[in-house]
Design a protein around this ligand. Structure first.
Ligand SMILES: [Mg+2]
Length: 144
């Protein structure tokens, strides 16, 4: 399966959403210092081991790519594709285009608004609450 996963507040905590995203140093250091949400890394790596394709889809700007990939490496997240927002698109619009064009089977996000969008585009939209619940849902649909 092709599985799309949001980043902020879905796989990592502590990113200060009040910090303006406009390429600030504070934003970059809040990315660097954020913690992985419990069980996220293990469950995502299990999905990768099962042969699923993982696409991280984030409204972070493409200038945040290096710091985001460093975070992935630090937390030992396996093979994935990182899709970051183009500056000319606002977050939900970018995600709508990406989710639709990648042909995802599953999309996981903490924002109900994005799950509403994903409902029209993917077979299994999953509103993130905690990773143990997500794991049960992934087992139910046969992804794990
Ligand atoms: Mg989020």
């Amino acid at each position: 399966m092709k599985i799309g996963i949001d980043i902020d507040a879905t796989i990592c905590t502590d990113c200060d959403e009040n910090t303006p995203e406009a390429l600030s140093d504070e934003w970059k250091s809040s990315i660097k210092n954020s913690n992985a949400i419990p069980y996220a890394v293990n469950i995502i790596n299990s999905l990768i081991d099962q042969g699923h394709e993982i696409f991280f889809i984030s409204s972070r700007y493409s200038s945040d790519r290096d710091v985001t990939e460093q975070w992935m490496k630090k937390h030992r997240i396996g093979k994935h594709v990182l899709c970051l927002r183009l500056p000319e698109l606002y977050g939900p619009q970018f995600k709508r285009i990406l989710i639709g064009s990648l042909g995802l089977d599953v999309y996981i996000d903490d924002k109900p608004r994005l799950i509403e969008i994903a409902k029209e585009l993917v077979r299994y939209p999953i509103l993130f609450d905690n990773w143990l619940i997500v794991q049960l849902k992934l087992e139910y649909i046969g992804a794990l």
